[in-house]
Ligand binder design. Structure first.
Ligand code: URA
Length: 216
């Protein structure tokens, strides 16, 4: 299977690579313990990180190989990996390994149980983030992701320079992001069926933060 834009969701690219699908299946399994969950999340960060960085711009700079001088392509400009707390931390580990030169930021958002609206409790970003790779394994209602994108735009990151990476997306979240921020592409491992009455993704994998940190 090749990667594809999901039908009806032009902002979503699904990564059909067999390794991604296999690791995601193990991650979803409720018997997978936190230590394996953490390892798989990191590995999926590596694999999906390759996809989310596919179209980053390059610039040529002079280097000398042992044989000759050349203009070699390097990544252009600054990149910031931005984890949405807490579960984004697990997926960001793999991205950090791919791009140790990137800076990092963190955005903490929770959903108020009464108003169901995203409530921000923590934001730490570099002064000038450049391009942003926004990371959260679960795109459920899309409220936290839309809010985090608002924060990045308010800090001077153009919407066209933001990419969102998740493992599992719900149609509700993809639609919300398409409405709020149509310029932001989403890369995901899977598009699941729907949200349940508690806004968990079905079939999903449960609470990614609890499974990552063993706080079940
Ligand atoms: N966050 C999670 O961790 N899991 C879901 O299913 C939805 C949101």
């Amino acid at each position: 299977m090749s990667d594809s834009a999901a039908e009806g969701f032009p902002n979503l690219r699904l990564v059909a690579h067999p390794l991604v699908q296999h690791k995601l299946a193990v991650l979803r399994d409720k018997t997978t313990p936190p230590i394996a969950f953490r390892q798989l999340l990191r590995e999926l960060g590596l694999l999906l990180g390759y996809e989310i960085t596919r179209d980053l711009p390059l610039e040529r700079r002079p280097i000398e190989t042992p044989i000759a001088e050349m203009q070699a392509p390097h990544l252009a400009g600054e990149i910031t990996i931005v984890s949405i707390l807490r579960a984004g931390l697990g997926l960001a580990e793999g991205i950090r390994e791919l791009m140790p030169m990137a800076r990092e930021g963190h955005i903490g958002v929770f959903r108020d149980p009464k108003s169901k609206q995203p409530q921000e409790y923590y934001v730490k970003l570099p002064e000038d983030p450049g391009r942003a790779l926004l990371i959260d394994p679960m795109l459920a209602t899309g409220g936290s992701a839309a809010h985090a994108i608002d924060v990045l735009i308010a800090r001077g990151v153009p919407a066209s320079e933001i990419r969102f990476l998740c493992l599992v997306a719900a149609p509700e979240g993809v639609s919300r992001l398409a409405e709020a921020h149509p310029e932001v592409p989403i890369v995901a491992g899977a598009l699941d069926s729907h949200l349940d009455s508690h806004a968990y993704i079905v079939p999903g994998l449960g609470d990614a933060g609890d499974r990552l940190f063993g706080t079940l």
